[in-house]
Design a protein around this ligand. Structure first.
Ligand code: TRP
Length: 369
C-alpha cells in the first residue's frame, strides 16, 4: 500500500487521512457520545476523532465515579494554537471533576531535541504552564511534574521510576521494532518513562487502581499500544486498562510543515495581535482561487484553508456561524481577504484577552515557585 503520510511519535508529515489512520492503528471512531461532551467544541467538530476504551471513562462520568486524566507535553519552543487543542481538553476534564496529572516530558525532550535541561524547564513554565493557566487550568488542583523530578516525596518518586524500569522486562526488542520502526536507546527510555507517566497514577503510592484517560495527538498511539500491552503483562501490579482519545493536528499555518523553528508555520499564543494579523495576511495558506473572478465562479476550499481551520479549531465557537462561513467560502461569495479579516479580528480579540490573563497567571506562579 502506498502511503502519502506519516504519523509516528517522532514524525508527522503529509496529508493525513484520519480514516486510514484509525484502521492502521486499530482505533475506534468516536461517536454517539453522551450530551456532556457537546460542551467540548473539539468533540462536537470531530477534531477529537478516535479512542481506545473511552467507554470506561464515559461510565465514570455517568456514575459520578472518580477518574484520572493524565497527559504530557514536550517543552519545545513556543506554545501555539496546535498545542491549545490538548490544553482545551485538559481544562474540560478538570471542570468535569477529573483528577489531573500533567507531565513535562523534559527527559524525552533532552533525549530527542534539546540537551539543555535548564532551558527546557524555562520553556515548560513560561510557554506551557503559563498558557495553560491563562486558558483556565487551575494549577492548584493539578499534579504537575517534570519527568526528571517526579516528586519531593521519596516513596512516590521511587515508585514512578521503579515502574518505568520494571516495565522494561516485559517488552521485547522485536516488539519495539514493530511498534516504532527505527528505535534508539533514547527513544526506548522515553517510551518507558511515558508508560510510567500513564500508568503510575494507579500505583498504591498515588491513587491505587483507577480509570485513567490519556488525551493525546494521534501520533502518540504507539506509546499507548506499548503501555497497554506492558500493563497487562506485569504481574506485580493490577492495572485497569488505559483509556485514550486522539485528536487531529491543526495544519501548519503556511500549508507546509508545522515546526517550532519556523514562526510562519504557526500562531503562538504570545504573538502580539499585530504579528498574528501579519502572519495571517502574509503566510496563511489559502484555499481560495488565484483571482477574485475565479473565486466567485468556482468557490474556495475551506477544508484546506489555514485561516478557516483556525476558526474551526476554536476561534469561532458558534457552530452555526462557522457553518455559514464554510458555505459562503465554498460557494465563492466570501472572498479570501474577507475570510482572513474575520480570522484577524477574532485572533486580535482572543490574544489581547489571553495575554492579560497570562500576566495574572505569572504573578500567581511567581508566588508558587
Ligand atoms: N510524548 C509526548 C509528546 O511528544 C509527551 C508525553 C510524555 C506524554 N509523557 C506523556 C503524553 C504521557 C501523554 C501521556 O508530546
Amino acid at each position: 500500500m502506498q502511503k502519502d503520510f506519516t504519523v509516528t511519535p517522532w514524525e508527522v508529515k503529509g496529508k493525513i487521512n484520519y480514516d486510514k489512520l484509525i484502521k492502521e492503528f486499530g482505533l475506534e471512531a468516536l461517536k454517539n457520545l453522551p450530551k456532556v461532551f457537546n460542551d467540548l467544541l473539539l468533540m462536537r467538530r470531530n477534531i477529537v476523532f478516535a479512542h481506545r476504551d473511552f467507554n470506561r471513562i464515559v461510565g465514570c462520568i455517568q456514575n459520578k465515579k472518580q477518574f484520572v486524566m493524565m497527559t504530557g507535553l514536550m517543552p519545545s519552543g513556543k506554545f501555539h494554537f496546535g498545542h491549545k487543542v490538548v490544553a482545551d481538553q485538559i481544562i474540560f476534564y478538570q471542570e468535569l471533576g477529573a483528577k489531573i496529572y500533567l507531565a513535562v516530558a523534559d527527559i524525552e525532550a533532552y533525549n530527542s531535541r534539546n540537551p539543555n535541561m535548564q532551558e527546557l524547564r524555562k520553556i515548560a513554565i513560561e510557554e506551557y504552564l503559563l498558557n495553560y493557566m491563562a486558558l483556565g487550568l487551575n494549577i492548584k488542583k493539578c499534579d504537575f511534574y517534570f519527568q526528571s523530578a517526579r516528586s519531593k516525596q521519596a516513596e512516590k518518586s521511587n515508585s514512578y521510576y521503579r515502574l518505568a524500569n520494571m516495565l522494561a522486562r516485559h517488552a521485547t526488542f522485536n516488539e519495539y521494532k514493530s511498534i516504532y520502526g527505527e528505535i534508539s536507546p533514547g527513544k526506548m527510555i522515553s517510551s518507558l518513562i511515558q508508560a510510567s507517566d500513564m500508568l503510575h497514577p494507579q500505583l498504591p503510592e498515588f491513587e491505587g487502581p483507577i480509570p485513567v484517560l490519556v488525551p493525546v495527538g494521534a501520533d502518540q498511539d504507539p506509546h499507548l499500544r506499548l503501555a497497554r500491552d506492558l500493563s497487562q503483562r506485569i504481574k506485580e501490579f493490577k492495572f485497569i486498562q488505559l483509556s485514550s482519545t486522539y485528536n487531529k493536528f491543526l495544519p501548519a499555518l503556511n500549508g507546509d510543515k508545522m515546526s517550532s523553528s519556523d514562526p510562519t508555520s504557526y500562531i503562538a499564543l504570545t504573538d502580539s495581535p499585530e504579528e498574528a494579523s501579519n502572519k495571517i495576511k502574509k503566510y496563511a495558506f489559502s484555499g481560495g482561487q488565484p483571482t477574485i473572478e475565479e473565486h466567485k465562479k468556482k468557490g474556495g476550499n475551506p477544508d484546506i484553508d489555514s485561516s478557516f481551520q483556525l476558526l474551526k479549531y476554536g476561534l469561532e465557537e458558534n457552530d452555526k456561524k462557522l457553518e455559514d462561513i464554510y458555505n459562503d467560502y465554498k460557494s465563492g461569495s466570501l472572498l479570501t481577504s474577507e475570510l482572513k479579516q474575520i480570522v484577524i479580528e477574532k485572533l486580535e480579540k482572543f490574544l489581547i484577552q489571553h495575554q492579560k490573563k497570562r500576566g495574572i497567571a505569572k504573578k500567581q506562579i511567581d508566588k508558587l515557585i
